[in-house]
Design a protein around this ligand. Structure first.
Ligand code: PAP
Length: 337
């Protein structure tokens, strides 16, 4: 059963299903299997294969999620989506967005984020849509409903992308690559041989990793928040984020230091030191088989850890790919030297 925080009740809530069946409807599973059989496949980082679907490499689980989102999800104009490529700052932004949206409900000194990992703050729709299969309707979430996704913009239904606000966070792909390799190596099926870093690097440069190619993902969204900027000037970025969400901080809140308090609450140092994020029993259920402990979402939380993994030559190659792909787009990423 999937759970997420339900403000007002200060506890975890089980998502309601659109109907009462527990197993995926056989005609839908049949449709998914038929589709997977037609798609090009490649080596995955976590499981055996990922599949090329409409230009992006996806696991079979999230392809199922995507089809179900298209079929069942009804967006509301007030919904706000947090979108990101894997390992670019979802955990951090989830905490910040939840804290912003619910700041009038909770005292920061006794906040649910202190007891529950940020992953549970709001649903990760890619797989949450089918955790309580057939599909979760999410209509019990408070307004504005917040959702996280790793799907590329072009994969989502236009009913969502034309209606809802999107916060997009991205990061130097060199750090995203390193973070992703560490994360998925831990989750990698024990029946498979480990994926060496050099091979992961090669696959990443060729766009082949879960939800990749990285660059096409970034180009599909606009005006990203950048992990590196958030690290450098968190209060400035938090104020921009709150304004974008339609919940700007008042002058009084700023004077009272609410912005700084939220920054502190959601900082890597604070969240990663909490019992619930240190292996204290908290975890995120992605699918029936994939459950990830909260501690796995907190590794180093630094800019530039790629220096411990990439040679100068590897760095130049990936930076050149980034510059080439982004050329003419008007978008620049804070690539670290
Ligand atoms: P996801 O794609 O699995 O949701 P995501 O949260 O986007 O992961 O990325 C995790 C990265 O953010 C980790 O980076 P690292 O491997 O380079 O250390 C993690 O440490 C970092 N991170 C998690 N929480 C925070 C935070 N509050 N502030 C800054 N960085 C954070």
């Amino acid at each position: 059963m999937s759970t997420y925080l339900l403000p007002d009740q200060n506890d975890c809530h089980h998502g309601a299903s659109i109907n009462a069946q527990n197993d995926i409807q056989s005609d839908e599973q049949h449709m998914i299997n038929n589709l997977l059989a037609t798609l090009p496949k490649a080596k995955a980082w976590r499981s055996e294969h990922i599949f090329l679907y409409k230009g992006f490499w996806l696991s079979s689980e999230v392809i199922k999620g995507l089809l179900l989102i298209h079929k069942h999800f009804t967006p509301q104009p007030t919904d706000i989506f947090l979108a990101a490529f894997m390992k670019c700052g979802t955990t951090w932004l989830k905490a910040l967005m939840f804290a912003i949206a619910n700041r009038h409900r909770y005292k920061l000194s006794d906040h649910p984020l202190l007891r529950t990992g940020p992953q549970s703050a709001f649903p990760f729709i890619d797989t949450h849509i089918f955790l309580d299969y057939p599909a979760t309707n999410f209509d019990n979430l408070p307004v504005p409903r917040l959702f996280a996704t790793h799907f590329a913009h072009g994969l989502l239904p236009t009913s969502i992308t034309s209606t809802c606000k999107f916060v997009y966070v991205c990061r130097d792909p060199k750090d995203a690559l390193v973070s992703k390799w560490h994360f998925l190596s831990k989750l990698r099926s024990k029946e498979l041989p480990p994926l060496p870093f050099d091979e992961a690097y090669e696959l990443f440069c060729n766009g082949v990793s879960e939800y990749g190619p990285f660059w096409d993902h970034v180009l599909g969204y606009w005006k990203p928040s950048q992990y590196e900027d958030m690290k450098k000037e968190p209060s400035v970025e938090l104020k921009k984020l709150a304004a974008f969400m339609g919940m700007p901080f008042t002058a009084e809140e700023e004077k009272e230091g609410v912005v700084e308090e939220i920054v502190k609450l959601c900082s890597f140092e604070n969240l990663s030191s909490l019992e619930v994020n240190k292996g204290g029993g908290g975890g995120q259920k992605f699918t029936a088989k994939v459950v990830v402990e909260n501690q796995e979402f907190f590794r180093k939380g630094e800019v530039g850890d790629w220096k411990n993994h990439l040679t100068e030559e590897m760095k130049d190659r990936i930076d050149n790919i980034t510059n080439d792909k982004l050329k003419g787009s008007g978008l620049t990423l804070g690539l670290t030297k």
